[in-house]
Design a protein around this ligand. Structure first.
Ligand SMILES: *Cc1c(COP(=O)(O)O)cnc(C)c1O
Length: 350
């Protein structure tokens, strides 16, 4: 092996505990899109279950089915990017909670569930301003009426009402929350009593209690990824879960060459902009090339030694992201799936 992404089960469990305590009594949904933000579903799901997670946010159907296979029926699995009859039928059969943000999709779900004599679990999504996916306010009353009829007929069970925030400014988020409350009032006026409303992701869930409702959907903070330009890990009480280590494959001319590079998903723009943790302390990263990364050599640097590029005891994924004007999630998610992910009980500073 020349590089490995070490996943700390202890850090993941501790982050989950901190966030759950923070948002309680709202429930914590763990979001695992993009293969658990690049950490690997296989590594994350067992620890999440041990930590008491009961809701998993899967994004798409392949992820939802993978979670179902790993977690069994002990958790609720929420997917909000499922469409097409075959996929919807599979999702309904697997007991997936479906995010529905489009009136035509609502029709499809009701038709399929009715045809199969099953009940689909639906979370209706109102567009509160993001304009990506979500039922428009002017279509909401009609969609809610059709939801009520389908619910009475047993084709669906309305399990939630939800939306997603832009998180660009507090003012915009406040306006979104006002639209969300109006949408909830329409639902209640129609005689529906969905058991949960959910609106917030990491930042709003952490900072703004009035955004928590019954459940929050958190990804980044569970993995110890703090927001770029925002509060630090210490203030948030979270710690990085992933640490990227690479072996020294060559030492020459004051440079140690590591066996991981841009083709493995490390941004080449990091060259000259970050440091890494060598066995002798922090060293400057000189360049990220296609297959390798060059760092300043330390005294007696030798082939086979290991350097940590980000994670525990090194800059965080968000530190790297800030150096090149992106977000920590991007660093985590871009890492090639060909790099081994290895779950360990704990990952320490080397
Ligand atoms: C990604 C995502 C989340 C989680 O966002 P974080 O900022 O990583 O906590 C929540 N809800 C939806 C709809 C998402 O797509």
């Amino acid at each position: 092996m020349t590089a490995v992404l070490r996943i700390s089960r202890a850090a993941l469990a501790a982050n989950i505990d901190v966030l759950r305590a923070r948002v309680s009594p709202a429930e914590l949904m763990l979001v695992v899109k993009d293969d658990a933000y690049g950490h690997g579903l296989d590594n994350v799901i067992p620890t999440a279950l041990e930590a008491g997670i009961t809701w998993i946010g899967a994004f798409d159907l392949p992820t939802a089915l993978r979670v179902r296979a790993l977690a069994g029926d002990s958790v609720r699995v929420f997917a909000w990017m499922v469409a097409g009859d075959a996929s919807l039928r599979t999702a309904i059969d697997a007991g997936i909670d479906l995010g529905v943000g489009d009136p035509a999709l609502l029709d499809d779900v009701v038709r399929l569930a009715a045809a199969h004599g099953t009940t689909a679990r639906v979370h209706l999504k109102i567009d509160t301003g993001l304009h990506r996916n979500g039922i428009r306010p002017e279509e909401w009353t009609d969609a809610v009426a059709r939801t009520a009829a389908a619910s009475a007929a047993g084709a669906l069970s309305l399990e939630g009402v939800w939306s997603h925030l832009a998180e660009a400014s507090n003012g915009e988020d406040d306006a979104a929350r006002a639209r969300f409350d109006e949408a909830l009032a329409v639902v209640h006026d129609a005689g529906l009593t969905p058991p949960r409303a959910h609106l917030a992701a990491s930042a709003a869930a952490f900072q703004r209690p009035e955004f928590r409702y019954d459940m929050v959907r958190i990804g980044a903070f569970n993995y110890g990824i703090r927001p770029a330009g925002g509060p630090g890990e210490h203030e948030l009480g979270i710690a990085p879960v992933a640490s990227l280590d690479a072996d020294v494959i060559e030492v020459r001319g004051g440079i140690a060459v590591l066996g991981v590079g841009a083709l493995d998903g490390l941004p080449s723009t990091l060259g000259g902009r970050t440091v890494a943790r060598s066995p002798a302390g922090l060293v400057a990263v000189r360049s990220v090339d296609d297959l390798t990364t060059s760092v300043d050599a330390w005294p007696h640097a030798a082939v086979g030694e290991t350097v940590r590029i980000y994670g525990v005891g090194a800059p965080s994924a968000t530190d790297l992201a800030e150096a090149i004007d992106t977000i920590g999630e991007e660093i985590a998610v871009r890492l090639s799936p060909l790099i081994e992910r290895r779950a360990e009980d704990d990952v320490r500073t080397r």
